[in-house]
Design a protein around this ligand. Structure first.
Ligand code: NDP
Length: 321
């Protein structure tokens, strides 16, 4: 019997190829002279795709009539129309859990950096200003006695909360529903949470439902001492409203790992001293990215060997008998 044909449209961690190589026929068009022609040549036979940020919609699926599974590299899969995939019987998997602790660490690092201005303070030293101008100004922000409001108290949100509790922060949260086994204060809207907290931490998924859930009104509710941290998705925030809020003092500062149009970061954010910007590095350690890669490969192998993936996304659970 021939091996299942798996397409890897973009370069991914070597661990994926190493795990898949003996058991599937792996096609890597990014290494070919003509990637589009390579994909066109195999499209009719592709049974699996190892996906990294591709937009997968109905038109994309039309190109692969034999497709059974898309294994996404990442826990967020807002680039994939999973409902349409499910309707067509195409399984979608993601990489939950293996990145949770890494992203929570990143979120805490970004939060502290933003609140205590460590990026700006480091630039101050490097520019020779410590010796020339004296000590760096005292920060207006502090973690002491503050409340952290988490939007999206899921796997990563809970790991952030556990760390933040150890720092002495009070925790509150917003999600679509109150969680019965959680004792933190619940707020039924993002605006109410923003009103009740000092630091608003976004760690909800992207997509149409959450688009611009942080808008001008939410930023006004967060207030002039308020800090926004976003490790979820850039689409959660109305970036224009955020830029205005940072410029006119509606909020104090922001720490951003994600942006609306990555890798393009608005020039206004790059020039503001009260903003910390990171290049979407939430899970970006060798260890964690390799664990994510291993799970991508294992989802594909499990599917072809047993007919069941390891970590199907919610929209596709119904495909499992
Ligand atoms: P989970 O599914 O475990 O948690 C998601 C949380 O978001 C849930 O608590 C859910 O609560 C809440 N949520 C979902 N939809 C909405 C909505 N419409 N309004 C309000 N809350 C909502 O996912 P993870 O914790 O594993 O990951 C969360 C997100 O973090 C990913 O989707 C991804 O976008 C982002 N991420 C970013 C990374 C980075 O590098 N910066 C790395 C990894 C992930 P409820 O169901 O009650 O609404």
């Amino acid at each position: 019997m021939s091996l299942p044909l798996v397409l890897m449209p973009r370069a991914m961690r070597p661990v994926i190829r190493d795990r898949l190589a003996p058991k599937v026929d792996l096609v890597t068009p990014f290494e070919a002279d003509n990637p589009d022609a390579t994909i066109a040549r195999v499209a009719a036979s592709v049974r699996g795709i190892a996906a990294l940020g591709q937009t997968v919609d109905a038109a994309y699926l039309d190109r692969f009539p034999a497709l059974e599974i898309i294994a996404n590299f990442g826990v967020g899969y807002d680039t994939i129309d999973a409902e349409t995939c499910a309707a067509r019987g195409v399984m979608v998997t993601n990489t939950p859990d293996v990145l949770t602790e890494e992203v929570a660490d990143t979120a805490l690092g970004l939060m502290i950096m933003t609140v205590r201005e460590f990026g700006a303070a480091e630039r101050y030293v490097r520019a020779g200003r410590w010796a020339a101008d004296g000590p760096y100004p005292l920060t207006r922000g502090s973690l002491i006695g503050r409340t952290l409001g988490i939007v999206g108290l899921g796997r990563i949100g809970k790991a952030i909360a556990a760390r933040a509790e150890a720092f002495g922060l009070k925790i509150a949260y917003h999600g679509r529903s109150r969680q019965a086994d959680v004792t933190y204060d619940y707020h039924p809207s993002v605006e109410a949470l923003a009103e009740a907290c000092d630091i608003l931490m976004l760690v909800a998924p992207g997509g149409a439902e959450t688009r611009h859930m942080v808008n001008r009104r939410v930023l006004e509710a967060l207030g002039p001492q308020g800090v926004l941290i976003n490790v979820g998705r850039g689409s959660l925030v109305d970036e224009e409203a955020l830029i205005a809020a940072l410029a006119n003092g509606t909020i104090l500062s922001a720490g951003l790992d994600v942006f609306e149009d990555e890798p393009h970061v608005p020039q206004a954010l790059l020039t503001m001293e009260n903003v910390v910007v990171l290049p979407h590095v939430g899970s970006a350690s060798v260890r964690t990215r390799d664990a994510m890669g291993a799970l991508v490969a294992d989802n594909l192998l499990s599917w072809f060997e047993t007919g069941r993936p390891i970590t199907p996304v919610a929209e596709c659970v119904g495909l499992l008998k």
